[in-house]
Design a protein around this ligand. Structure first.
Ligand code: PHE
Ligand code: FE
Length: 282
C-alpha cells in the first residue's frame, strides 16, 4: 500500500541516541523561542514534542492525525520522487529514522530523524501549511508529466526547507532546514551576509540553490495563506514551459524586479569562496 515505508523500530533506539535527540531539542527550542514562527511553537505544544527522547512515530501520528489528518512514516533514506510525492499527496510525511552520531551534532550529509521530525512535523499541525504540503505532493506528481521536477524542487527548497516569513513587523523562520540547524537559525535571521527577498513563485523556480552550506538568498513569504493561495491558483504547466526558455538565476543575483528586504554583503560566501555555484544542477 504505502510505498517504501519501513517500521521505525522505536524500541531499538539506544540511550545515547535518545540523549542526542534531547540535546538537539533543548538547544533548538531555546534558539528558536524568539526566532521561529509562532505556528511552529504551537505545533511543538500540540504534539507534546518536549517529551524526552526520539518521538515514537505512532504516538506522534495519533496526535497529528487528530490535528490535521497527517501522519509520519519511516522510510529508508532517499526514496524515488514519485513515492515521495505520493506520500505527501496522501498526507503522509516521510521521515528518516536514524539519528546523527553524537560527535556530529552540527554537520549532516543526509537528513536524519531530528531534521525530518523536529524540523518538518510541527508545522504540519497548522491547517494552512498542512494543505500546502499536500498540494505540493499533488503538484509534484503533476510536474513529472512536464519533466519539471527540478523546478518544483526549488519551490520546496526555498519554502519548506529554507523559507522565512514576515510576522509581527519582523522576519521569522519556518523552513525545516533552518530550524533544525543551530548555526543557520542564527545566520538566516541575523547575518548581514545573505540576501532576503520577497517571495515570487516564478523567480524562485528559476533560482539555483546550494546544498553544501548556508543559503546565499532566502525568500520571505507574507503568510502561509498567501503561499497556499498563490501556488494553488497558479497553473504550473504554462509556467514550466515558460521557464524552459528562461535563463537560470544564480544563487546570489539580485534582479531589478526583486523586492529586496535585505541586500546582503555576501561576505560569508565570498570569504569561503562559495561563489561558483554548487547547486542542485552541478
Ligand atoms: N498549482 C500547482 C500546479 O498546477 C500545484 C501546486 C500547488 C504545486 C501547491 C505546489 C504547491 O501544478
Ligand atoms: Fe527536509
Amino acid at each position: 500500500m504505502s510505498n517504501r515505508v519501513i517500521p521505525q523500530d522505536w524500541h531499538r533506539y539506544t540511550a545515547v541516541e535518545h540523549a542526542t535527540w534531547d540535546t538537539l531539542f533543548a538547544r533548538q527550542v531555546s534558539m528558536l523561542a524568539t526566532r521561529v514562527t509562532p505556528a511552529f511553537l504551537e505545533g511543538l505544544e500540540v504534539l507534546r514534542m518536549s517529551k524526552p527522547g526520539i518521538p515514537d512515530f505512532e504516538e506522534l501520528s495519533e496526535r497529528l492525525v487528530r490535528a490535521t489528518g497527517w501522519s509520519v512514516v519511516a522510510v529508508p533514506g532517499l526514496i524515488p520522487d514519485a513515492d515521495f510525492y505520493d506520500h505527501l499527496a496522501n498526507r503522509r510525511f516521510v521521515a528518516g529514522r536514524f539519528i546523527r552520531p553524537p560527535e556530529q551534532l552540527d554537520y549532516l550529509q543526509e537528513p536524519d530523524v531530528f531534521h525530518d521530525v523536529f524540523g518538518h512535523v510541527p508545522l504540519l499541525v497548522n491547517p494552512v501549511f498542512a494543505d500546502y504540503m499536500q498540494a505540493y505532493g499533488r503538484g509534484g506528481l503533476r510536474s513529472m508529466q512536464y519533466g519539471s521536477i527540478h523546478r518544483l524542487a526549488r519551490l520546496y527548497w526555498y519554502t519548506v526547507e529554507f523559507g522565512l516569513i514576515r510576522e509581527g513587523g519582523g522576519l521569522k523562520l519556518y523552513g525545516a532546514g533552518i530550524v533544525s540547524s543551530n548555526s543557520e537559525s542564527l545566520f538566516a535571521l541575523d547575518s548581514d551576509s545573505p540576501h532576503r527577498l520577497g517571495f515570487d513563485l516564478k523567480r524562485v523556480m528559476q533560482t539555483k540553490y546550494r546544498i553544501d552550506d548556508f543559503q546565499q538568498t532566502y525568500f520571505v513569504i507574507d503568510s502561509f495563506e498567501d503561499l497556499l493561495e498563490t501556488t494553488l491558483e497558479t497553473d504550473f504547466a504554462p509556467l514550466y514551459r515558460e521557464l524552459d526558455s528562461l535563463p537560470e538565476i544564480e544563487i546570489s543575483r539580485i534582479l531589478p524586479s526583486d523586492r529586496v528586504i535585505t541586500h546582503g554583503t555576501q561576505k560569508y560566501a565570498n570569504d569561503k569562496r562559495l561563489n561558483t555555484s554548487t547547486s542542485e544542477d552541478a
